[in-house]
Design a protein around this ligand. Structure first.
Ligand SMILES: Nc1ncnc2c1ncn2[C@@H]1O[C@H](COP(=O)(O)OP(=O)(O)OP(=O)(O)O)[C@@H](O)[C@H]1O
Ligand SMILES: [Mg+2]
Length: 254
């Protein structure tokens, strides 16, 4: 039986009061998200994934990220895709070419939900190969994952970190790109110094896997090339002497 929308309104009014850390946080959420996103958030609360929601730390074109706590008090991050996002045509092509998502329906909402699921599944695969935020749960357009940071601050991005040995840095990234390709059949698709976080010990974590595709995707080899070039550009600006084209060729010809 369909739920009476008034029941939802009432439930949202009551529960959101306790759920959001402040009225600003609630406003930030309500400003960008519709009724069905609020519903998805309540669902995550029902499933004991989310207890408290803080404000947003960053809002991009396609998604906004909110910090939150689990009922156990662990800090997590909610990446929430916006249904009205502009990049939606692009999303469709990325999905359609991926054999895992070939049957996605045509409407905007289905595409956004599949997109969110894709990032979740990419993270699940990637976590076996490399450091990524642990994916926790996905509900409609909301992806819950481990928060990589301290307190309320995410770890710095690679672009803001001092590099001691750029050649070694490049080699480590390349090895992981290659393992992801060979062992997880996956390419990140948007890898760069902006989507790599680095902790105090110097461990790096790859984030933002939404554009990742299966290596049989028609664009997969081009995406692989771009990932390698982005990483190579970054490390060569730091002084590394490297040949990304050769590395790309070697990986795809294996
Ligand atoms: N698990 C995480 N832990 C800590 N910080 C994170 C995490 N995921 C994302 N962030 C922070 O939020 C920012 C935005 O996240 P992300 O890169 O996934 O989205 P985006 O660049 O807006 O991507 P998209 O192109 O998919 O919309 C990151 O640059 C990073 O600072
Ligand atoms: Mg990003």
């Amino acid at each position: 039986m369909a739920e009476d929308p008034r029941d939802f309104e009432e439930r949202w009014r009551e529960e959101s009061r306790q759920m959001f850390d402040s009225s600003e946080a609630k406003k930030a959420f309500q400003n960008v998200f519709d009724h069905s996103t609020s519903k998805a958030l309540l669902k995550l609360a029902d499933r004991n994934v989310v207890d408290k929601v803080y404000g947003t730390i960053e809002a991009g074109k396609e998604s906004a990220v909110f910090l939150a706590d689990t009922p156990e008090g662990d800090r997590i991050l909610l990446k929430i895709y916006m249904a009205q996002a502009g990049g939606f045509r692009n999303m469709k092509d990325y999905l359609r070419g991926d054999k895992r998502f070939r049957n996605v329906k045509d409407d905007r909402r289905s595409i956004i939900y599949e997109w969110t699921k894709k990032e979740f599944r990419n993270l699940k695969k990637a976590e076996k190969i490399t450091n990524v935020p642990e994916p926790i749960s996905v509900e409609k357009n909301i992806l819950a994952m481990e928060f990589l940071g301290e307190d309320f601050s995410p770890y710095p991005k690679l672009k803001d970190v001092e590099i001691e040995n750029p050649e070694e840095g490049y080699k480590q990234m390349l090895d992981r790109i290659e393992e992801l390709w060979n062992e997880a059949s996956l390419v990140h698709g948007d890898l760069s110094e902006y989507n790599i976080l680095v902790d105090r010990e110097g461990n790096s974590y790859w984030i933002d896997f939404s554009q990742g595709v299966h290596f049989t995707h028609p664009e997969a080899e081009e995406l692989l090339k771009r990932d390698i070039e982005n990483v190579a550009n970054f490390f060569s600006k730091q002084g590394a002497d490297i040949d990304p084209r050769k590395d790309w060729k070697r990986i795809i010809s294996n």
